[in-house]
Design a protein. Structure first.
Length: 177
């Protein structure tokens, strides 16, 4: 039996779930003298995320990280379901899907490292950035041409919204990324 192309899944996606480090960021941290860990996030990823939310898509974050600044940034973009400090991502996945009554086959999940593996095995469209670890690439139905923190999130959101004719509606709205 021939395997479906990832593009065949795009029309059925209603929900985006993302890891943070290595997906929204390049996986690097700058540690300050006070012990704060600073991350850098791509503004174009933020625009795509906010656009998806404004078009009615569900968005959830499941991350092992605990940075409250990251949570504030995501909440500022409109993300209402942010699971930080997750050591069992599959548990948070099931909790979230039950809350919003969504089937796994309607979910696009983007992760980059081993903790994402169990979730990526059960959802409809597992994706990863170009620089993900080999184990994650092996279970991904789509590997972005972009690296984590360098537009990989925008890449997958834009593809889904374009296929569903929801990316660009020729209406100029105020946007603060």
């Amino acid at each position: 039996m021939e395997e479906k192309s990832y593009k065949e899944y795009l029309r059925h996606i209603t929900t985006f779930i993302f890891d943070i480090d290595g997906v929204f960021t390049d996986g690097s941290v700058v540690v300050t003298a006070d012990g704060d860990m600073l991350r850098s996030m791509n503004m174009k990823d933020g625009y795509a995320l906010k656009t998806a939310i404004s078009k009615g898509f569900n968005v959830c974050i499941i991350s092992g990280g605990t940075n409250q600044g990251v949570k504030l940034r995501l909440e500022g973009l409109g993300v209402t379901h942010v699971y930080l400090g997750s050591h069992n991502k599959i548990e948070q996945l099931h909790d979230y899907l039950n809350k919003i009554n969504i089937k796994p086959e309607n979910v696009l999940y983007m992760g980059d490292d081993i903790p994402d593996y169990p979730v990526m095995k059960v959802i409809g469209l597992p994706c990863c950035p170009q620089d993900a670890v080999p184990e994650i690439k092996s279970v991904s139905k789509y590997i972005s041409h972009k690296k984590g923190g360098k537009g990989a999130v925008r890449d997958v959101i834009e593809q889904v919204l374009k296929v569903q004719d929801k990316w660009y509606d020729n209406v100029h709205t105020k946007y603060d990324s």
